[in-house]
Design a binder for this molecule. Structure first.
Ligand code: LLP
Length: 424
């Protein structure tokens, strides 16, 4: 499914011309398709139905309350990594009994908040963290459910900044430590071992790493059970890839093919933490060309969106398709030279050379006032955005067929300084 299609000479989101949305709500603006969000979540729900998993939408991919509510209503639970994310999912009406909490630096206050909300499990990343959870649980007189996060040393072949399951990453623990800590949990009355957790990296566009992770999980579960532990849950994290360039994203059923048999063999409950797969291709960032300029033998297309809005190109050299909103169709292939187009650097107004969305990208002639769409921006777009250069965050809009709803208003200049105090 692709909710962003060109017809009648322009880009539509579901049933609405993107140009009309930009006119009504201004630019830059984020546009999400509700149908696509539901389609992607539905794909995972169907593909894994045989093992009835708890799907925990990874809030860091897109933390907008409106999106979280759509997820909750469609039967998703949540993966959180901070007190702030837990606060958000509660506001979205989540059943916290199905929420999982990951991250290497949980504070005592965050642990307490999670225990008060009786979450499903902590994904524990180190021994000191395990001790901290036990201490907080002791103080509160409760029992904390923990899953030990294994670093399976699997190369998911992702970007160096987004690989997490390789030896030497800060995440998880090696197998010996997992065994040690499992034994420690048995001796700690305030802790209950419920399972194991792994997250390999993101985005992963092949199924092999999940197949290896499934095998690893089978071994580890068998060994832990042999040591007297009850392992009810295996959480295989997130990381399913999407189509940034063409149609390279795999259907959820491909991942399920290698994961489901392992889960059935282990006889465990499966948890998954997909983020990007659900929201990534469901959102675009629309900007307006402010100026074009030729300098140093190059054409620069300067638009009103910038790295503070979408940081991925600056941070990871990430590829996002970019094309004018008014056009007959998308090019069949975005890589390389495109007929009738000129290579240009698509940049924002922020005072950093790293503030670009693409370099040497072929675009048809554009001029001041033209609208441009940056595709596949629904994951790690707004959730990583900032106010750098004192730029208010852009408006976020949810499209449901022919209806547009503001799910986050555009920030004002007053918002920029709202938390700041006068010097005495
Ligand atoms: N679970 C854990 C423990 C994670 O660390 C992550 C992502 C996920 C689940 C969700 O992964 P997903 O299904 O969305 O791939 N900012 C980067 C991505 C960072 C991913 C961090 N962890 C980007 O823009 O590509």
């Amino acid at each position: 499914m692709n909710p962003f299609q060109y017809r009648d000479g322009e880009l539509f989101c579901e049933e609405i011309p993107v140009s009309r949305i930009a006119r009504d709500f201004g630019t830059p603006c984020w546009i999400y398709s509700k149908a696509m969000l539901l389609h992607q979540l539905g794909q995972i729900q169907q593909a894994f139905a045989a093992v009835n998993p708890v799907i925990c939408f990874s809030v860091k991919a897109n933390s907008n309350l409106g999106i979280l509510k759509v997820m909750r209503d469609a039967g998703s639970s949540f993966d959180v990594v901070s007190g702030g994310e837990l606060y958000r999912v509660k506001k979205a009406g989540a059943d916290t009994a199905k929420v999982v909490f990951a991250g290497v630096g949980k504070t005592d206050a965050e642990i307490q908040l999670a225990l008060e909300n009786q979450i499903l499990m902590f994904d524990v990343e180190s021994e000191p963290e395990l001790d901290a959870i036990a201490a907080v649980a002791e103080k509160m007189g409760v029992i904390a459910p923990v899953a030990l996060r294994l670093n399976p040393d699997i190369d998911a072949k992702t970007h160096a900044k987004t690989t997490t399951g390789k030896k030497g990453n800060k995440f998880g623990m090696d197998i010996e430590r997992v065994f040690e800590l499992a034994d420690k949990v048995l001796k700690t009355p305030r802790l209950k071992l419920v399972g194991i957790h792994m997250h390999l990296g993101s985005p992963i566009l092949t199924t092999e790493p999940y197949e290896l992770a499934g095998q690893k999980a089978i071994e580890v579960t068998r060994d832990l059970r042999a040591r007297g532990h009850e392992i009810g849950w295996v959480n295989l994290g997130g990381g399913f890839g999407i189509s940034y360039r063409g149609s390279e994203g795999l259907p959820a059923s491909e991942y399920a093919k290698v994961i489901v048999p392992a889960v059935q063999e282990m006889g465990v409950q499966l948890a998954l933490e997909p983020g990007r797969f659900i929201t990534g291709n469901a959102g675009i960032l629309v900007s307006e060309v402010v100026y074009t300029k030729r300098e140093g033998g190059k054409l620069f297309v300067i638009q009103d969106a910038a790295m503070n809005d979408l940081m991925r190109p600056a941070m990871y050299d990430a590829f996002h398709k970019i094309w004018p909103v008014k056009a007959a169709a998308e090019p069949a292939n975005y890589e390389g030279k495109i007929e009738g187009c000129e290579a240009c650097d698509v940049v924002g107004p922020v005072c950093e050379s790293g503030d670009y969305f693409a370099k040497g990208r072929y675009l048809p002639p554009v001029q001041r006032g033209d609208l441009i769409s940056i595709f596949s921006a629904g994951a790690y777009g707004t959730s990583m955005s900032s106010n750098y250069n004192s730029r208010p965050r852009a408006v976020e809009l949810l499209v449901d067929q022919g209806h547009v709803q503001v799910v986050r208003r555009r920030e004002t200049y007053d918002d920029l300084i709202a938390a700041e105090m006068d010097v005495e």
